[in-house]
Design a protein around this ligand. Structure first.
Ligand SMILES: Nc1nc2c(ncn2[C@@H]2O[C@H](COP(=O)(O)OP(=O)(O)OP(=O)(O)O)[C@@H](O)[C@H]2O)c(=O)[nH]1
Length: 406
């Protein structure tokens, strides 16, 4: 991790994975939120505490696929479960993910939040994940389920081995399922070649990954999934049907014949199909063993697409929303600085506004919305192929968004 700060503008660029692990941040316990949601009787609760381990659902999916949208949907849906959420981010943009999940009406009903920053949960902060799980299971009488949202670049294999094979943990937590959220219409920037991965191109992209020895994220996320949510079908066909999507499903099944594929818009899926799946019973052991074997030879570097880099800009001074929009327009659509941005998300501290603004850009589609009150720091996350990265230009140009700046 390379970091630079000046008096008024702090920023950091994640150049490569940091070996130094940090303990999980702020395990926060909310005594009231979610309580009245539980419909489990005391007897049932005792049984849970004494007997069954807490189920963990791992939510993976490429950058911007809809992982937070899914977590958000689960947390805002009536299911009577008391859920803890573990969030993982590459950089220091802790708070951005959580703001995205709390988007919409009211706060999400969460028993506990654990935030794992400064690295990817599948490699550099794997140990922190184990610590976080250990802390959570100590309070398992308060919990029915744990959701683990990974970064968009996480490879599920190391997580599967931690959750499924760790003897220390296996009596207390249990891998319930790995859910991969896939973007039906996807823009991929991969090395020097730009691939528009609509249904047709996704096949090319997957084939490419299948043939490569590096077994990168998008492919492994599909290979390891128990459930694949084929999200954003609205961007391909209005009613989520059609031969293009059928073919795409077929391709996915060629990679992972066991996965259950669910088409969705905004991850609105039947929760009974994704929670308490018990996907890792004995019958799946051989399949998982084979996949884990395939991943064993990989190093940390192999786990990730080295063409993707992340920049996080933190600015404590309020910014002008109009100027931010203009700034983004120039970068994303006018290509003023000749950069190819794949994903951008942020929380904005807007001048004279006591509301929290989030912004989201995936595949060139812009979303901004007001979610709730008060924020003191602006956070951005931008990922793009490293050959076009120019941090200084981005940072300098972002300064023009500060309210009052010329
Ligand atoms: N059109 C459309 N947009 C969607 C759908 N699902 C999610 N989105 C939008 O896609 C953007 C990214 O969604 P997120 O849930 O933040 O994606 P993510 O996978 O958590 O993103 P990262 O954590 O950055 O990898 C947001 O602007 C969502 O509102 C969908 O089904 N259709």
């Amino acid at each position: 991790m390379w970091k630079c700060g000046c008096e008024t503008l702090e920023w950091s660029v994640t150049m490569e994975y940091d070996d130094d692990e940090e303990a999980p941040l702020a395990v926060e316990i909310n005594d009231t939120v979610g309580r009245n949601q539980s419909q489990t009787s005391d007897d049932q609760r005792r049984k849970v505490v004494e007997g069954s381990p807490v189920g963990v659902t791992v939510i993976t999916g490429y950058l911007g696929a809809g992982k937070s949208t899914l977590v958000n949907y689960i947390l805002h849906t009536e299911h009577g479960k008391r859920i803890a959420v573990i969030l993982n981010e590459f950089g220091e943009e802790i708070g951005v993910e959580r703001a995205m999940i709390n988007e919409g009406e009211g706060n999400a009903l969460v028993e506990e939040w654990v935030e794992l920053a400064n690295g990817c949960v599948c490699c550099t902060v794997k140990h922190s994940l184990v610590q976080a799980l250990e802390q959570l299971v100590q309070r398992k009488e308060r919990l029915d389920h744990i959701l683990l949202e990974t970064t968009g670049l996480a490879n599920p294999a190391p997580l599967a081995s931690v959750l499924w094979l760790d003897d220390q943990l296996e009596s207390e937590v249990k891998l319930d399922s790995i859910i991969t959220v896939s973007i039906t219409l996807m823009l991929m920037y991969y090395c020097k070649c730009k691939v528009v991965a609509d249904a047709k191109n996704l096949r090319y992209q997957l084939q490419r990954h299948q043939d490569s020895s590096s077994f990168p994220e998008a492919f492994s996320q599909i290979a390891f999934a128990d459930v694949i949510i084929l999200n954003k079908v609205d961007l391909v066909s209005p009613d989520g049907s059609g031969s293009v999507i059928d073919e795409l499903e077929e391709e996915i099944h060629n990679i992972n014949s066991l996965a259950n594929i669910i088409r969705s818009v905004r991850c609105q899926v039947d929760l009974s199909k994704i929670l308490n799946c018990g996907a890792y019973d004995a019958s799946k052991a051989n399949h998982l063993d084979a996949l884990l074997e395939e991943n064993n030879s990989l190093t940390t570097k192999d786990l990730h697409d080295s063409a993707v880099r992340t920049l996080c800009i933190c600015e404590p001074r309020p910014v002008s929303l109009d100027k931010v929009r203009l700034w983004l327009e120039e970068i994303l659509w006018d290509k003023k600085y000749n950069m190819e941005v794949y994903r951008c998300k942020g929380v904005l501290n807007i001048l004279d506004s006591d509301q929290l603004h989030t912004l989201q850009i995936t595949d060139g589609i812009y979303d901004d919305c007001v979610v709730c009150s008060r924020i003191s720091v602006v956070l951005f996350r931008v990922s793009w192929p490293c050959q076009s990265l120019n941090e200084e230009i981005l940072l300098d140009s972002f300064r023009t968004c500060i309210a009052g700046a010329c």
